[in-house]
Design a protein around this ligand. Structure first.
Ligand SMILES: CCNC(=O)c1c(-c2ccccc2)csc1NC(=O)CNCCc1c[nH]c2ccccc12
Length: 329
């Protein structure tokens, strides 16, 4: 079959993350989870968390579900690059998204979460959509929901259609022909790091010339920003008057009044663009703004986060939204 679920941006004006409703257990407990193509753990806020680590999230309670069963002696612990993290125990549970069910899905119950998750009242947890090889459950890594349901999908793929300050869609098992015009650009995926990793074929800044270069990146719905090699980031901000690297934030910042050039990227022969306005990500004070494009220095790949995934300007200048199809076409 095929299943579709909404992806709602939060906070509405900042698109920091996108949340989707997921049904857990029997009777159904509906939690809003951050679908994350940049990780492979399905973890949720739970009744097992100390109250001091909760902040308004909906808590999954395994005791209130007749279909949950403890996965004995298994634990998990995850740390993300922004320093946030969580850890806990594991149950097998019925997990349904858009009408598609995994009957015995490894559901990771948080018994500890870091402060930034506690303070994020909108997100009740994460649903990893990268590859099983980077799942953190021990002693036996567990499968992602997408892997578990793949055999029941009409096609072994899903598409992501995130939008700026508007509700988008995740579709499992089909490519929605109404969601794209023209042909689809494909790229070979390298799963060696456990991510949806593929090469960009180059970039351009504003109306500048296109620079052909192979840049390894991952498609990552769980990361807000666009992170690329330092040489690309430097080339971009050279076009922004007053931009500089702020050592306090460890990030590129610039005057909020600066005119931001568009960022063009190549995928095969396809050329996509991120509107310059999206690269002014937020104010750090009355006059200084924070860059939506930052360096991926130290990482073996760049990160195509929500800033890029949420918008595309078609080659003919019309607005379309970038839809990522992940899986074997
Ligand atoms: C900043 C978040 N992204 C990362 O750390 C990350 C890195 C990474 C590693 C080291 C340094 C910088 C980035 C590689 S792949 C990758 N992608 C993921 O880890 C995807 N999952 C992010 C989950 C996540 C972490 N903090 C949040 C805050 C709000 C919503 C979601 C999150």
């Amino acid at each position: 079959g095929t299943g579709t679920v909404t992806a709602s941006p939060y906070p509405a004006e900042y698109d920091r993350e996108y949340l989707s409703p997921v049904s857990l257990g029997t009777p159904a407990q509906i939690l809003d989870l951050d679908f994350d193509t940049g990780s492979s753990d399905l973890w949720v806020f739970s009744s097992a968390l100390p109250k001091s680590q909760t902040g308004g999230q909906t808590l999954y309670s395994p005791g209130n579900s007749s279909t949950s069963s403890v996965l004995e002696n298994h634990t998990w612990s995850i740390r993300y690059g922004d320093g946030s993290g969580s850890s806990g125990t594991v149950v097998n549970e019925l997990v349904t998204i858009g009408g598609i069910s995994a009957r015995r899905q490894a559901l990771e119950i948080a018994t500890q979460v870091s402060g930034s998750f506690t303070q994020d009242a909108a997100s009740d947890g994460l649903l990893g959509l990268a590859f099983n090889s980077i799942n953190t459950v021990r002693p036996t890594p567990q499968k992602t929901w997408f892997d578990n349901v793949q055999s029941s999908l009409a096609a072994p793929l899903f598409t992501v259609n995130l939008k700026k300050a508007a509700v988008g869609l995740y579709t499992f098992g089909a490519i929605d022909s109404k969601a794209h015009t023209g042909s689809i650009a494909y790229a070979p995926v390298n799963t060696k790091n456990g991510f949806w990793q593929f090469p960009l074929t180059g970039y351009a800044v504003g109306t500048g010339k296109f620079s052909n270069s192979s840049i390894d990146v991952i498609a990552d719905t769980g990361t807000t920003l666009l992170m690329l090699p330092t040489n690309v980031v430097d080339a971009y901000y050279k076009g922004v008057k007053g931009a500089y690297y702020d050592t306090e934030y460890g990030a590129m910042v610039f005057p909020c009044t600066a005119k931001m050039p568009d960022f063009i990227f190549g995928l095969g022969s396809y050329r996509g663009s991120v509107p310059g306005s999206f690269i002014s990500y937020g104010q750090i004070n009355t006059s200084t703004c924070y860059g939506g494009l930052q360096s991926s220095e130290g990482l073996p790949f760049g990160i195509l986060g929500d800033i890029l995934l949420k918008a595309q300007e078609g080659n003919d200048g019309t607005w379309s939204t970038f839809e990522i199809g992940l899986g074997k076409p």
